[in-house]
Design a protein around this ligand. Structure first.
Ligand code: ZN
Length: 161
């Protein structure tokens, strides 16, 4: 239980609404997420009130600002979060060295590549990446490698790492 960690108020931020990321949401009354993800969230059984968060917004946890970056592609409302004080990127599923699901109606490979290029603009703000699957943590140069792999897939070539 998250409540055992601190007596301070808790908020829940989801990087996106794939079922493996929201299955614990029932313990919270409110969820912070991109508004572009709300439909996906409700379709996957998401409950509670929905607090939209947007690119450039900074959620201040006191002395620990969290910057929101929109990175649609894996899902329509995927976000990444930069923990500015600790120089960590929380990447959701979009940057990881495990399998990244890019099949199905919500996935968009073109937007995914654009989003990763957008994310590269912020690499001076973090030193490592906390991915949700695969190795933990991963190095920042993984973003470039994932872009390269996605571009190869886009033109029909297999990418093996
Ligand atoms: Zn996912």
């Amino acid at each position: 239980m998250a409540q055992t960690i601190t007596d301070l108020p808790l908020i829940l931020i989801n990087t996106h609404a794939d079922p493996d990321h929201i299955s614990g949401n029932g313990g919270f009354d409110e969820v912070y997420m991109s508004p572009k993800e709300e439909g996906n969230y409700r379709e996957n059984g998401g409950t509670g009130s929905f607090h939209p968060i947007h690119e450039g917004e900074v959620i201040d946890l006191g002395d620990r600002p969290l910057r929101i970056i929109d990175i649609p592609g894996h899902t329509p409302g995927s976000i990444a979060i930069i923990d500015e004080k600790n120089r960590i990127l929380i990447s959701g599923d979009s940057v990881q060295d495990g399998d990244i699901f890019m099949f199905g109606p919500m996935r968009n490979l073109e937007r995914y590549i654009e989003s990763l290029k957008h994310l590269e603009k912020f690499t001076d703000m973090f030193d490592e990446i906390y991915a949700m699957h695969g190795s933990f943590p991963v190095k920042c140069d993984l973003i470039e490698k994932v872009i390269e792999g996605a571009q190869l897939i886009k033109v029909g070539k297999t990418w093996l790492c």
